[in-house]
Design a protein around this ligand. Structure first.
Ligand code: FES
Length: 184
C-alpha cells in the first residue's frame, strides 16, 4: 500500500499539469531589468552626493524680473531647465514644465497667502490651508476653489514677458486661463 506522501505527490508526467508560463518569465525578466537600471541610476546619484529623490526633483530658483519704466511687463530670461522660479518683489511665479512656460500670481487664490514650491513632490502648496496645485497651476486638493491665477505672457524666443498687472482666474475665464502659456 502506497504511503500518503507518495499518493499526495503530483504526477510530473500528468498531461493536465499547466504549461510553464513563458510570458510570466518575460515579465519577471523585464521587472528585474527595470529594477537593475533604477538601482544603477540611484547608485550613480548617491555617488555624486545627491539623494535619489533629488534626481527626480524640479528645482526652485529665486529671481527679480526686469520691469520696464512704463507698462506692466516684467522680463525674464527663458528658464534653461524645468523648475519653478519665484520673483518675490514682483509677486510672480514662473514655471517651466514639459515644454511650456507659465506665469502665476504668487498668492494663493483662496486667501492670498504666498504659495510654496515643494521640490520633491513637484507641486505648489499653500502654507495656510494646504491647497495643492500642479506645476501648470491646476488645483489638486484643499480649500481653494479654482486653479492658481495665471498671468498673460509672451516670448520672443529669448525672453519671457509677463504682464504683472493682470491675473486670469480659471473660474471666470477658463479659455483665457488655458491659453496663458508659451511653448518653448
Ligand atoms: S489661503 Fe491658500 S488654501 Fe487657504
Amino acid at each position: 500500500m502506497a504511503n500518503m506522501r507518495e499518493t499526495d505527490q503530483p504526477d510530473r508526467g500528468d498531461s493536465t499539469m499547466p504549461e510553464p508560463c513563458t510570458d510570466c518569465a518575460l515579465d519577471h525578466d523585464r521587472r528585474d531589468f527595470v529594477h537593475s537600471v533604477m538601482a544603477l541610476i540611484g547608485g550613480i546619484w548617491v555617488g555624486l552626493g545627491l539623494s535619489p529623490r533629488a534626481a527626480l526633483a524640479m528645482p526652485l530658483n529665486f529671481t527679480t524680473g526686469r520691469r520696464g519704466p512704463a507698462g506692466p511687463e516684467v522680463t525674464y530670461p527663458i528658464p534653461p531647465t524645468d523648475g519653478a522660479t519665484i520673483d518675490k518683489p514682483n509677486e510672480i511665479i514662473l514655471v517651466r514644465a514639459e515644454g511650456m512656460v507659465y506665469a502665476f500670481a504668487l498668492s494663493c487664490p483662496h486667501q492670498n497667502t504666498a504659495l510654496k514650491w515643494l521640490d520633491d513632490d513637484k507641486m505648489f502648496q499653500c502654507p495656510k490651508h494646504k491647497s495643492r496645485y500642479k506645476p501648470d497651476g491646476t488645483f489638486i486638493s484643499g480649500r481653494a476653489t479654482r486653479n492658481m491665477d495665471r498671468l498673460p505672457l509672451r516670448s520672443d524666443g529669448k525672453n519671457i514677458y509677463v504682464n504683472g498687472d493682470k491675473t486670469i482666474e480659471s473660474d471666470k475665464d477658463q479659455a483665457g486661463w488655458a491659453a496663458a502659456g508659451v511653448k518653448i
